[in-house]
Design a protein around this ligand. Structure first.
Ligand SMILES: Nc1ncnc2c1ncn2[C@@H]1O[C@H](COP(=O)(O)OP(=O)(O)OP(=O)(O)O)[C@@H](O)[C@H]1O
Length: 262
């Protein structure tokens, strides 16, 4: 396989058991997954099935207890040091006393980027998330959806190839979420990033993804991987198409099958 086609993220027989006061928790069991460059991969499954844990393994924030995982051909730890990814959390997590611009530049300041470089990067990523002109506003002056876009901008500031997003729109109402989903697809098309996206929403997973990973709990494992046949161009009303509904059914079936052996 050529370098260009080799997977950006490769997990093989990945296992993770947390030792807790109540005994071991088998958070991930025999997870095998390959994610190619430029894919948009959603992870869907009930609470506790290991979606966040998997993303944190990719990010080098959790140590697997078995199996292997590589990111850009490196260990997750090396990839983190090489700033291979940006991470977006469920809550925007912006500092209220800093302007939007200075929230986005904070990681760059910490890493010692020059003032000029910080300024360029902040203005480029604000443009990418359609927040140009809001640089000097404070987080509380922005709506919830705009704050979440600002946190995406912050994750993009290092220009990493991989964007890891843990239920970034979970707390937002449906209309705002639809709009952000459209904007995220446009951003993905423009930047050609590889995206790993955790969600509880079947329509969101189907609308956004080129690949949908269905997971189930106790122990956390993959029950289905669906390669989406939907075109890259996706107007919101694609959700009414037979193809879309068929994939949504398959995801739902996968989720049900995962529950059947509870
Ligand atoms: N640091 C930890 N120590 C002990 N147990 C943990 C830790 N992190 C996660 N777990 C457990 O591992 C399992 C998987 O958790 P994880 O957060 O990955 O699930 P999830 O699918 O992301 O859930 P949710 O949708 O609720 O965010 C759960 O049973 C959780 O309680």
């Amino acid at each position: 396989m050529s370098e260009a086609n080799s997977p950006v993220i490769r997990a093989h027989a990945l296992d993770l058991t947390f030792q807790t006061a109540d005994g071991p928790v088998h958070a991930l069991k025999d997870v095998n997954l390959e994610i190619a460059k430029g894919e948009f991969v959603s992870f869907i499954g009930p609470s506790g099935c290991g979606k966040t844990t998997f993303l944190r393994c990719v990010a080098g924030l959790e140590q697997p207890t078995g199996g292997t995982i590589s990111v850009n051909g490196m260990t997750p730890d090396e990839a983190r040091q090489a700033r291979a990814y940006g991470y977006v959390f469920q809550a925007a997590g912006l500092y209220p006393w800093r302007t939007i611009g200075r929230n986005i530049s904070l990681p760059l300041e910490i890493m010692g980027y020059s003032k000029a470089d910080q300024k360029d990067r902040v203005s480029r990523v604000l443009d990418l998330v359609e927040l140009s002109g809001f640089e000097r506003k404070y987080p509380w002056q922005l709506s919830g959806g705009m704050q979440q876009r600002a946190s995406i901008a912050r994750a993009l500031a290092f220009d990493a190839d991989i964007l890891l997003m843990d239920e970034p729109f979970g707390a937002l109402d449906e209309i705002v979420r639809d709009h952000l989903n459209e904007q995220l697809l446009a951003l993905w098309a423009r930047t050609e990033k590889t995206i790993g996206f955790v969600t509880h929403s079947i329509p969101e997973a189907v609308y956004l993804s080129t690949k949908i990973v269905v997971m189930s709990p106790r122990p956390g494992r993959i029950t289905d991987v669906i390669d989406s046949p939907l075109p890259k161009e996706r107007p919101l009303d694609i959700r009414d198409s037979p193809e879309f509904i068929e994939i949504a059914h398959r995801v739902r079936d996968g989720l049900r099958a995962g529950h059947a052996d509870d």
